[in-house]
Design a protein around this ligand. Structure first.
Ligand code: ATP
Ligand code: MEV
Ligand code: MG
Length: 407
């Protein structure tokens, strides 16, 4: 690693269909977003490990020797295939001064970092003496996979620092071109990408409790994929879909929402399971339509996609992850002839609106104006972005450096 260090990035995601149902073994369709999380890794000084997370207001540092001793206290084996143990996490919370039931963004971010750092270093070598800074273009906790993008970046950086994966960069190679031109991930061989994905899943487990793995899969592999019970399939063809993202700015926690759905299923299995089956069928139907669409689709394909959005949005309300802000978002876009659904865990956070090719610029602008008038933030972004990427320090542009230097 050069003294300037390395830059790793991973994309956020949009789930088109299948959120929550995917936690219960159903399929989800998800695409990588053109909004990314960046991690800068530099050699540390004085045998210290430092972490700077401006997005969640964290700046912490520890002695490497102290972390090695802590690692020795965590007796259970660390393995990328085993869930983080409750006792292990309790020890880490106590060490970091985090309350036992803490769910604040900074606490979860520190906990995920400590777990991944100790677990990866236990398996592959010494606790590394490095400085890590993470900055994101993604809103935190809004349904766009910020936790997974964070976990994927951490997994790649820590595996790299422990020399558990190769360094795909040659000396002095600029990756900006590589990053912007490559359509799929990039740099690491297939089995190392899988390793990054497995460890990122562990980070997601610390943050979410019971994640399906779809978010870290998209953060790792990028593009557009179908995910079901750990099986990842790239979609045969992804048409150019125009999607409007709207952040209601209503905060929520994926962990709490996922737990709420589980409770509902246990309480009303005969009522809830058919809803999950229906969501699964929606994902299948949507995949068939997407794969039948030409790259630049004509408007005729859209009515089905729009109807699938509407039906799924109702289902998501039924399983208890709607929110009045999301109902409002759907009503506002419907008044301009556009169809929306929540994306990610729901309960607030973001919604997506399909923009068919025959939607007039006037209608789209009017919808955006009305959404902003509700206090929401909306923007259009690219989908199908590349997955986890290693850049040389020359790719650290002024904006990233500025964000990382802010405390
Ligand atoms: N840039 C970041 N730096 C540090 N921690 C982050 C960052 N982004 C996300 N996190 C961690 O992830 C948590 C948010 O995860 P959560 O799963 O609730 O939301 P999300 O991933 O944005 O949405 P969804 O899971 O619905 O897609 C934060 O509370 C924080 O602990
Ligand atoms: C709600 C959920 O389905 C998606 C969160 O982006 C949770 C998960 O799959 O882990
Ligand atoms: Mg998440």
């Amino acid at each position: 690693m050069s003294e300037h260090g390395l830059l790793v990035s991973a994309p956020g995601k949009v789930i088109l269909h299948g959120e929550h149902a995917v936690v219960h073994g159903k399929a989800a369709l998800a695409v990588a977003l053109g909004l990314r999380t960046f991690l800068r890794l530099r050699p540390g000084g004085g045998e210290r490990l430092r972490i700077h997370l401006p997005g969640v207001g964290v700046r912490r540092e520890w002695d490497v020797a102290e972390l090695s001793a802590l690692r020795g206290r965590l007796t259970a084996d660390f393995d990328e295939s085993k869930s983080p143990g409750v006792e292990q996490l309790d020890v880490l919370k106590e060490f970091a001064g985090i309350a036992a039931d803490a769910s604040a963004p900074d606490s979860l971010a520190i906990l995920a970092f400590l777990y991944m750092c100790l677990a990866i270093s236990a398996k592959y070598g010494d606790v590394p003496s490095v400085d890590i800074a993470v900055w994101s273009e993604l809103p935190t906790g809004a349904g766009l996979g910020s936790s997974a993008a964070y976990a994927v970046c951490l997994a790649a950086a820590l595996l790299h620092a422990c020399r558990a994966i190769s360094c795909p960069l040659k000396d002095g190679e600029a990756t900006a071109r590589f990053y912007f031109e490559s359509s799929r991930s990039q740099g690491w061989p297939e089995e190392e990408m899988s390793l990054i994905n497995s460890w990122a899943f562990q980070g997601e487990r610390v943050i979410h409790g019971n994640p399906s793995g779809v978010d870290n899969a998209v953060g790792t592999w990028g593009g557009a994929l179908r995910y079901q019970s750990g099986k990842i399939t790239s979609l045969k063809r992804v048409p150019t879909l125009r999607i409007l993202l709207t952040n209601t700015k209503v905060p929520r926690s994926t962990k709490v929402l996922v737990a709420g759905v589980k409770e509902k299923i246990l309480k009303f299995p005969a009522i809830m399971n058919p809803v999950l089956d229906s969501i699964d069928a929606i994902s299948q139907e949507c995949q068939s339509v997407l794969e039948a669409m030409p790259t630049n689709p004509s408007p005729e394909y859209y009515p089905v996609l729009e109807e699938l959005f509407d039906i799924n949005q109702h289902h998501l309300n039924v399983i208890g992850v709607g929110h009045p802000s999301l109902d409002r978002l759907c009503r506002v876009t419907a008044s301009h002839g556009l169809h929306s659904k929540l994306t990610g865990a729901g309960g607030g956070g973001c919604g997506i609106t399909l923009l068919p090719p025959d939607a007039t610029p006037l209608a789209v602008e009017a919808a955006k104006r009305d959404l902003c008038a509700c206090g929401f933030e909306c923007w259009e972004t690219d989908i199908g972005a590349p997955g986890v990427t290693l850049h040389s320090s020359s790719a650290l542009n002024a904006e990233v450096l500025h964000a990382l230097s802010e405390s």
